[in-house]
Write a protein that binds this ligand. Structure first.
Ligand code: ATP
Ligand code: MG
Length: 566
């Protein structure tokens, strides 16, 4: 097999060696989620590592559920994980057949393997309670204590295990344990549990089983039974590898190679299933797909494309050292992607009314470029009327030095329109601005006419007659601290990560947006010129568009001001 052109990292180097040495003659990877939560961006990295290695070596990728714990698992999570994986991989090609595999489909075979180990004297039924077992397990410095069940005769173990399966014992009454080494320095090898009695409904097996395999017993068997060649996983499984090896070697069955890499962490968020549950159930977010969540469902709803997430994970790379990526690195990928793809529109988030005193026509349609990065996106017409709105932030009645946007007596360019001068500020009795009276220069029409005038700022605006009122949801980091568990880089003395929640992570405003967005569909993305990127949220109803701010623009003023002077 030729692998020329395959990029290099320690995983790919190992895979390449395995192919060259003949240890494997093909490559098969898998992503093995437990269907007990939604996927997050760390999982995206794991999926992309698995998928990428399979793809680079002309192999195959599988999505395989490690569905051994019916108490925590749910069909909702299975469906969401499959959907998110399709979204992330976008075009699986011939690397992934798009199907999901389920570890639970091997329960019968796992049971037979367990019987085999019992017959070999390598597994026994143990009557200890979970607490007793924990106490007997020892610690890093103290070896475990073997229990008396350890020496049960094989015949008794076979009989008891059969009765466990047949439902003769109460939940938790006994377990099947591997007989390895109670003094092993690796605690995972101190006679780990292989089966527990648990009467629970399984999302695929229904009530067929009342004993369920432990994760550690099932995981390696699933990889083996499926013909996985390279079991890629995160570093916390390094200490479990000797156990997976022990099971496979004792059974004498096909043996994949496990390679570990570091987990992906991201600043200003948390990446733990338990915390996701707390955030959702505590009402701190609106659901697993809240646009502030680092779940793939949340990122999707926020308006991040899978291409941006793939690029972010590519930049993160694979290594064995701790990895914390900054939120801005993710946002940069999102901006770069949207800059290429998103059509531009004008929208005003904090409107001030402007009356253009020298306009008398009802409406003038001005041509606007949809996407300067993509000529194929074409042009549209935006309506200009005597009354328009501009953003409050683009006007100062009393401008500070070097303020280039609108102020009494100064000129700005209206994007796609004319140079406009502010002649008078009209106040309400309460002292707030009622409206601005302005004049345009009819000789200055167009995006960038070479009229030789030095206009320092171009501002966005919308027609007061044609603009559509929408809800704009403005999102910011969910947590104030880069590491919510360690504010200021130190372990918390009191409280929890929840104390670091950003009280301003979601605000909602009434925005006025140009009419071209009126037929926008859920998921459509736009750049609101000079403000940021927005996408249409599924909460949108006919006549009531809801936009999510995906990400703000960087260097807003610098860029636009440079352009309008070019
Ligand atoms: P749990 O604590 O419930 O096991 P988990 O995040 O490990 O949580 P799994 O469903 O077991 O969830 O994860 C599936 C795979 O995703 C595992 O192989 C794991 O190595 C990988 N993974 C989980 N979190 C990250 C992360 N932050 N970065 C990279 N890979 C991850
Ligand atoms: Mg896990």
């Amino acid at each position: 097999m030729s692998n020329s052109g395959t990029p290099s990292d320690f995983i790919r180097d190992a895979v390449r060696e395995d192919l060259e040495s003949g240890r494997f003659d093909r490559v098969q990877t898998r992503f093995p989620p437990e269907p007990n939560a939604y996927l997050h961006i760390g999982h995206a990295k794991a999926i992309l590592v698995d998928f990428g290695v399979a793809k680079d070596f002309g192999g195959t990728f599988k999505l395989r559920f490690d569905d051994t714990n019916p108490v925590k698992e749910d069909q909702e999570f299975v469906d969401a994980i499959i959907d998110d994986t399709h979204w992330l991989l976008a075009e699986p090609g011939n690397v992934w057949d798009g199907q999901a595999l389920f570890g639970s489909d091997h329960f019968e075979q796992m049971y037979l393997y367990a019987v085999e180990l019992i017959k070999k004297g390598k597994a026994y039924v143990c009557d200890l309670s979970p607490e007793e077992m924990r106490a007997n397990r020892g610690t890093l410095t103290r070896p475990g204590t073997p229990c008396e069940n350890r020496e049960r005769p094989v015949e008794d173990n076979l009989d008891l295990f059969d009765r466990m399966r047949n439902g003769e014992f109460e939940d938790g009454a006994c377990t099947l344990r591997a007989k390895i080494d109670m003094a092993s320095p690796n605690i995972n090898l101190r006679d780990p549990v292989m089966y527990r009695i648990r009467r629970a409904h399984h999302h695929r097996q229904g009530s067929k089983w009342c004993i369920y395999p432990s994760y550690d017993w099932a995981h390696g068997l699933e990889d083996s039974l499926e013909g996985t060649t390279h079991s890629l996983c995160t570093l916390e499984y390094e200490d479990h590898r000797p156990l997976y090896d022990w099971f496979l070697d004792e059974l004498g069955i096909y043996h994949p190679r496990q390679i570990e890499f570091s987990r992906l962490n991201l600043t200003h968020t948390v990446m733990s299933k338990r915390k996701f549950v707390e955030l959702v159930e505590g009402g701190h977010v609106t659901g697993y797909d809240d646009p502030r969540m680092p779940t793939l469902a949340g990122l999707r709803r926020r308006g991040y494309s899978s291409g941006a997430v793939r690029e972010f994970c590519r930049r993160a790379g694979v290594s064995k050292s701790d990895q914390t990526m900054e939120m801005y690195q993710l946002e940069d990928c999102v901006r770069e992607d949207l800059n290429r793809r998103a059509n531009r529109v004008m929208g005003v988030l904090d409107p001030i009314k402007v009356i253009i005193t020298n306009v008398s026509h009802e409406v003038e349609w001005l041509e606007a470029v949809n996407n300067p990065e993509d000529p194929a996106a074409g042009v549209r017409q935006v309506p200009m009327t005597k009354e328009i709105f501009i953003d409050a932030d683009d006007f100062r009645a009393d401008p500070p030095p070097k303020y280039h946007r609108l102020s009494p007596g100064t000129e700005v360019r209206l994007r796609y329109g004319y140079v406009m001068k502010c002649e008078q500020v009209v106040y309400n009795p309460d002292g707030l601005i009622k409206e601005l009276l302005c004049k345009i220069d009819p000789e200055t029409k167009g995006a960038n006419p070479s009229d030789g005038r030095k206009i320092k700022a171009t501002i966005h605006w919308v027609s007061a007659v044609h603009a559509i009122e929408c809800e704009a949801r403005l999102y910011d980091h969910l947590f104030v601290d880069p590491d919510p568990d360690r504010p200021n880089g130190r372990a918390r003395e009191s409280g929890t990560y929840l104390d670091s929640l950003n009280p301003n992570s979601h605000t909602s405003v009434r925005a006025l947006v140009e009419p071209s967005v009126q037929d926008a569909k859920t998921g459509d993305t736009f750049q609101f010129e000079r403000i940021g990127y927005f996408c249409v949220d599924p909460d949108t109803r006919p006549g009531a568009i809801v936009f999510n701010r995906i990400v703000t623009l960087r260097d807003t003023w610098a860029k636009i001001e440079k352009k309008s002077n070019a």
